[in-house]
Design a binder for this molecule. Structure first.
Ligand SMILES: CC(C)(COP(=O)(O)OP(=O)(O)OC[C@H]1O[C@@H](n2cnc3c(N)ncnc32)[C@H](O)[C@@H]1OP(=O)(O)O)[C@@H](O)C(=O)NCCC(=O)NCCS
Length: 143
């Protein structure tokens, strides 16, 4: 299957909404362009979609964070989801590779991702892509 990765645009709003819903974060497609615009205006963020067979098959976002304790920015994969109909055909790998390539080109020396404990499939996927399990994530929802 031929897979290409490109920047997401507002024309992808419906596909992005569908993919966010598959990840467990439903959003109306009319809301998506505003969210995309926020990321587009951030030079340290990028939104990517993967196309397979002329359809949007996956979505990823990546952010660069500058910190006081590291000279180089740290890249974080902040969203990754592949359409249920296109999984295990290399789409996720293509998106991660594109995000990594951009992060390296911007000077990052480290690439991180956090993933929920319940996402066992994602854990296996990241380990297959040579990410090491090095920490825990703690979270708190503001009420
Ligand atoms: C996790 C996810 C992004 C993987 O995408 P994908 O397109 O199916 O993965 P790929 O086909 O690119 O797989 C890349 C490698 O990982 C392996 N892999 C993928 N899913 C796997 C799984 N569940 N168990 C074991 N290995 C897996 C593949 O076999 C492949 O290995 P290979 O290249 O040596 O053959 C996709 O399953 C998904 O969207 N899951 C639901 C959302 C999610 O969990 N997102 C991550 C949130 S942090």
């Amino acid at each position: 299957m031929s897979i290409s990765v490109r920047d997401a645009t507002s024309d992808d709003a419906e596909a992005i909404a569908r993919l966010c819903a598959q990840l467990g974060y439903p959003v109306e497609s009319r809301i998506v362009p505003g969210r995309l615009a926020r990321l587009e205006s951030d030079p340290n963020a990028r939104s990517l979609v993967a196309e397979a067979a002329s359809a949007v098959a996956g979505l990823a976002t990546v952010h660069l964070r500058f910190t006081l304790n590291h000279e180089a920015p740290i890249a974080q994969l902040t969203l990754l989801v592949v359409d249920e109909a296109h999984r295990t055909h290399g789409v996720g790998r293509a998106l991660v590779n594109a995000a990594e390539e951009w992060s390296r080109s911007r000077g990052a020396k480290r690439f991180v991702v956090t993933t929920a404990l319940r996402r066992a499939d994602a854990h296996a996927f990241y380990e297959r892509l040579e990410f090491k399990h090095t920490g825990r994530r703690y979270g708190k929802d503001f009420s």
